[in-house]
Design a protein around this ligand. Structure first.
Ligand code: PS7
Ligand code: MN
Ligand code: MN
Ligand code: MN
Ligand code: MN
Ligand code: MN
Length: 348
């Protein structure tokens, strides 16, 4: 805290952008190309939530300590003297240790932006705390968890767009469901792709795949990683990808309403990356052996061709077609998968 006060403000800001580049290559790029009016607010929004997520993710903190930390973090973000609890690793740990530098920049944002960031942080912390003790059983649970950790981000960002006057008021007043869908599409993709990383978490596994779905294919979620269960595991994976595809049309509808080019790119690049990731993961047993990533060259091409509705329509159609060509007649959910692929293609 003392260090942050002594630093000239530019150095705190430089720390924030340096941190952003270290924790997320792709968000760093899309945030840095935002208009001046929004750039710092969205950068800080990202780091605040990344810090909250670092508390959520640290499986070495016991729940009795973690829950109150998650619940009060929305107050901590105003406190220049905030003493983080030790958590996270590598860059995430640095973010926590030097968190007062983020606070310093946060406190200098415009009041309406601070209000949105604090409100979303409060609601996300409450949601994360709820899910510390309970599991993701039903599909409703899955949507609720994803709403807390990502749908709310979409809702908060839409408020920022409207608050900046760069986008219309309706982004704040009448687009909650579409904003939520933007987040759910990204988060379900992350949860599907991160199966192995999450289940192998030390000292305790993390489980975000909904029980109603994996229960059809295995007696424990853990079993899906073993080679002898690969056929069932892949069918389970495909069913969750099919569920994620239910958000594609709403995501396309949201993006069609964005007028500002830099906000459009900010929104669109992660969504196109997500549909590309879903196509890559579909029917892909490697999800149970490591982290499946899209190739660097492919993400570079997506960044260069997500500038308008026409381009992302082409992008969505391209990846949906790749996914569709991987659907096999043995797959128990092939009809629903094909139906949703066709719907998305029509909308795009
Ligand atoms: C554009 C209307 C404020 C830009 C962007 C940090 C990433 C980390 O990474 O499995 O595997 O550890 O723990 C809607 C981003 C949703 C959220 C959620 C798009 C803040 C972000 C904190 C809405 C991103 C989805 C946890 C929670 O999963 O992750 C528009 C900005 C967006 C942060 C993401 C992540 C959740 C997360 P990992 P986890
Ligand atoms: Mn995380
Ligand atoms: Mn998390
Ligand atoms: Mn994850
Ligand atoms: Mn991850
Ligand atoms: Mn993780």
């Amino acid at each position: 805290a003392d260090e942050a006060k002594k630093l000239p403000k530019e150095e705190n800001l430089a720390f924030c952008y340096d941190m952003l580049n270290k924790v997320s290559r792709s968000f760093a790029i899309v945030i840095q190309q935002l208009d001046e009016e929004l750039r710092d607010a969205v950068c800080i929004f990202y780091l605040v939530l990344r810090a909250l997520d670092t508390i959520e993710d640290d499986m070495a903190i016991d729940n009795a300590e973690k829950v109150p930390q998650l619940l009060k973090f929305h107050e901590d973000i105003y406190d220049p003297e905030y003493k983080h609890l030790t958590c996270g690793e590598k860059h995430y740990k640095t973010l926590m240790v030097e968190y007062p530098k983020v606070t310093n920049v946060f406190l200098r944002l415009k009041k309406p932006y601070k209000d949105v960031i604090a409100d979303i942080t409060r609601r996300m912390g409450k949601g994360m705390a709820d899910f510390i003790e309970s599991e993701v059983n039903t599909l409703k649970d899955w949507d609720v968890y994803c709403h807390y950790v990502a749908g709310l981000v979409g809702i908060g960002l839409s408020d920022l767009w409207a608050g900046s006057k760069l986008e219309e008021k309706k982004f704040k007043t009448e687009m909650e469901d579409l904003s939520n869908a933007m987040g759910l599409f990204l988060q379900k993709t992350n949860i599907v792709r991160d199966y192995l990383e999450d289940i192998q978490e030390i000292p305790r596994p993390r489980m975000f795949w909904p029980r109603v779905v994996w229960g059809k294919y295995a007696t424990s979620l853990d079993d899906l990683q073993y080679k002898k269960n690969r056929t069932n595991a892949v069918h389970c994976l495909n069913e969750l990808i099919t569920n994620a595809l239910t958000h594609a049309c709403d995501s396309l509808e949201y993006m069609s309403r964005v007028k500002t080019p830099s906000i459009f790119r900010f929104c669109a690049i992660p969504q196109v990356m997500a549909i590309a990731t879903l196509a890559e993961c579909y029917d892909n047993g490697k999800v149970f052996e490591g982290v499946v990533k899209i190739r660097r060259g492919l993400s570079a091409r997506i960044m260069l061709s997500s500038n308008d509705t026409y381009q992302i329509g082409q992008g969505f159609k391209h990846f949906v077609k790749i996914l569709k060509n991987k659907v096999r007649k043995e797959d128990p959910n092939r009809k629903e998968t094909m139906r949703l692929c066709d719907l998305a293609t029509e909308k795009a």
